[in-house]
Ligand binder design. Sequence first.
Ligand SMILES: Cc1ncc(COP(=O)(O)O)c(C=O)c1O
Length: 375
Amino acid sequence: MSIRSRFPIFEKKTYLNSCSYGALSIEVRDAYNRYLDDWNDNGSDWDRWVGFYESARAAFAGLINANPEEVAVTFCASDGVNAIASALDYSGPRKKIVVSDFEFPTVAQIWHAQERRGAEVCHVPECDGRIPLELYEHAIDEQTLIVSIASVCYWNGSKQDVRAIVDLAHSRGALVMVDAYQGLGAFPIDVRALDADFLVGGTLKYLLSSAGTAMLYVRSQLIERLMPTCSGWFAQRDINAMDIHANNPAPSARRFESGTPPVANIYAALAGVGLIQSWGLETIETHVAELTRALKDRIREEGFKLATPPEDDAHGAMIAVKVRDERAIVEHLARDGIVTSSRHGNLRISPHIYNNLDDIERLFESIARSRQYMA
Ligand SMILES: Cc1ncc(COP(=O)(O)O)c(C=O)c1O
């Protein structure tokens, strides 16, 4: 069975919106059905479900070259950022949080929420679709507690040089949180190679699962130094302790979790991540790069304006084009059965392993009939 035929949506639509939500595979649908069958057949099956939750932790760790003890299984990326934000101390001389203008709103909003606790948030501006390292050099100083960066920007696809930013931040004594949501599942990500302190991501986009499960990586040396003020029974050293007189956090990254894991979504996450691992991230990256190159060529030929930096290594799987009316173009394409999305005045086109060059041809045939919406 071909990769594409595992995603029945392609029988009806040209799906180019993995930056928003991955397409549903037969395997992920089967996983949800299996959950319902297991629930129906066995009732509460906690031993098995907790086993799956630990398998998800191991699968997430494997994806980013971390140890399972360094990974918290969360409900969404915001949960992971909130847990770390809650554990940091903003009362000392280091109270500055450096946030890039490429952040997804949830991340920046969580850092701003720490202002009540003494944090000072400083934004690194974007400049013509990129953030040069000099701007980080300017922003990160000896008062900086943490630098929060998206590895790939959700509105123009720009890929940041995470390792260079991490090295800079570390040289000034600051921690780094990487939001890898727009990269996970689209290309290899290695927390050791990046030297990141924290990394968040989730399963609903290029990891091909669905909403409800996400992950937080915390560098092992930092775990026991951080005491989150969000907690819960699944964050305890002994989940079954049932002690209402104390909070006794786990020595692993599980201390950044809270309550009952999202069991149904974990079935789906294991199936989605399993597919990604079976194809291999290098294979996915190579395939997607062929499609993004074709997209950029067509955009140039048609005289449209790229919002994404054009160099192959300067963007992720999503290519953004400047448009005059983002709503109108997305609706026009949807009428032709082509699923895309838009942000910040850009049409977002985000191929994955299941797309092919014919999808790109169909997209441009449809755009040709709606040129008035293009910038
Ligand atoms: C870069 C990035 N970070 C985070 C999120 C979502 O975060 P959460 O899982 O908290 O909704 C998204 C998209 O939904 C995203 O594109």
